[in-house]
Write a protein that binds this ligand. Structure first.
Ligand code: FAD
Length: 318
């Protein structure tokens, strides 16, 4: 059976959920071989094996943390040359997309980004994308070289499938040309204790209707009762009520959670572009004519300052 390379997104060996989703999708087209770069490969291998990785190719080098992504591309290319895979899958994070694009150029392959589903096809893997602000769903396949595909978080439910997960060291030589940009400092963002926006299973977003930074705790309280991430429309971000890192939409982040709750958001096309692939969409808006109601699964016409706290209390009781 053909092998499929899966780039592992992790924090010191703690494997992030989007990688487990990739392993699940990889099994539809071949045998997943995970590529773990950086510290913690042995810890990660346990989780990777539980989710179907037949092998874990591991490499650690100071250059992975000292420079931007190019040294990791060297390592992924080494894995590609060692395995000759049927496809290379990466998460659709900023890093995943940059590494995938650089790899595709180097190996002369086509790339598909932001896939929301993946299936085996007679002539190679077929990826589903949601395009033009989610107005269309397309199915595509790479026709040149080995397909490189980045997949959006929450595109598949991670499934356990025990496999060997044998760790093998990968020989990597970081090219001088990959040391063009050195990282001079890192400032971790203060943790909110909430899940990362693009990975969260539930997102609660607030818009202009929240009417001030001082009211965003209403949105945060509902998010916390559900274990959700907090999002915001551009109107709320431009007004300085919430950080840009939380903006959902065309010029913000693209999310695809199981549940998306939009409170006080009208549903402009640029906002939809970032959330329309959510599995279940709920909107709370006092204007029954708001365009967001065209795409919701459940809509509540009402004042968010009444509806959201009532919902929070109800969730807390259950
Ligand atoms: P509004 O459109 O003003 O809607 C506010 C809504 O809140 C209204 O429907 C109102 O009925 C409702 N409301 C008011 N008070 C209450 C209340 N008490 N209870 C319940 N409901 C209430 N936007 C994004 O979000 N993300 C992007 O990434 C993005 N990128 C853009 C890129 C470009 C190039 C451009 C041109 C625009 C972009 N926009 C983006 C902006 C977008 O066009 C909209 O202006 C924006 O999404 C509107 O935000 P909003 O829905 O919060 O505000």
């Amino acid at each position: 059976m053909a092998e499929v390379l899966v780039y592992v997104d992790h924090a010191d060996g703690a494997v992030r959920k989007p990688t487990l989703e990739l392993l699940t999708l990889a099994r539809r087209i071949g045998e997943p071989v995970a590529v773990h770069l950086g510290a913690g490969a042995d810890t990660a291998a346990v989780t990777l094996a539980e989710h179907g990785a037949v092998k874990v190719l591991a490499a650690d080098a100071p250059e992975f943390t000292e420079y931007l992504v190019a040294p990791k591309v060297d390592a992924l290319q080494a894995a590609y040359e060692a395995v000759s895979p049927a496809a290379v899958l990466l998460p659709s994070s900023a890093e995943g997309k940059e590494i995938g694009a650089r790899l595709a150029v180097r190996i002369g392959s086509g790339i598909i980004t932001d896939a929301v589903d993946l299936e085996a096809g007679d002539e190679g893997p077929v990826a589903t994308q949601s395009v033009f602000a989610a107005s269309f769903t397309t199915k595509s396949r790479v026709t040149t070289g080995t397909p490189v595909i980045t997949v959006k978080p929450n595109s598949a439910a991670p499934e356990a499938a025990p496999a060997a997960g044998t760790v093998e060291q990968l020989d990597v030589t970081v090219a001088d040309s990959s040391k063009g940009t050195k990282i001079v400092s890192r400032t971790p963002r203060e943790s909110t204790g909430r899940p990362e926006l693009t990975e969260a299973a539930i997102v609660v977003s607030g818009g202009r209707g929240v009417n001030g930074a001082e009211n965003f705790p209403v949105i945060e309280a509902l998010a916390d009762s559900l274990g959700a991430a907090v999002g915001a429309s551009r109107a709320a971000v431009d007004a300085g009520w919430y950080p840009h890192t939380n903006q959902v939409g065309q010029t913000g982040k693209s999310v695809s959670p199981q549940l998306y709750i939009a409170a006080g958001i009208s549903g402009a096309i640029q906002h939809r572009a970032g959330m329309q692939t959510s599995k279940t969409i709920v909107a709370i808006n006092k204007d029954a004519e708001a365009p967001i109601f065209e795409l919701v699964d459940y809509g509540v016409v009402g004042d968010l300052f009444h509806v959201v706290p009532a919902l929070t209390e109800e969730v807390k009781i259950r």
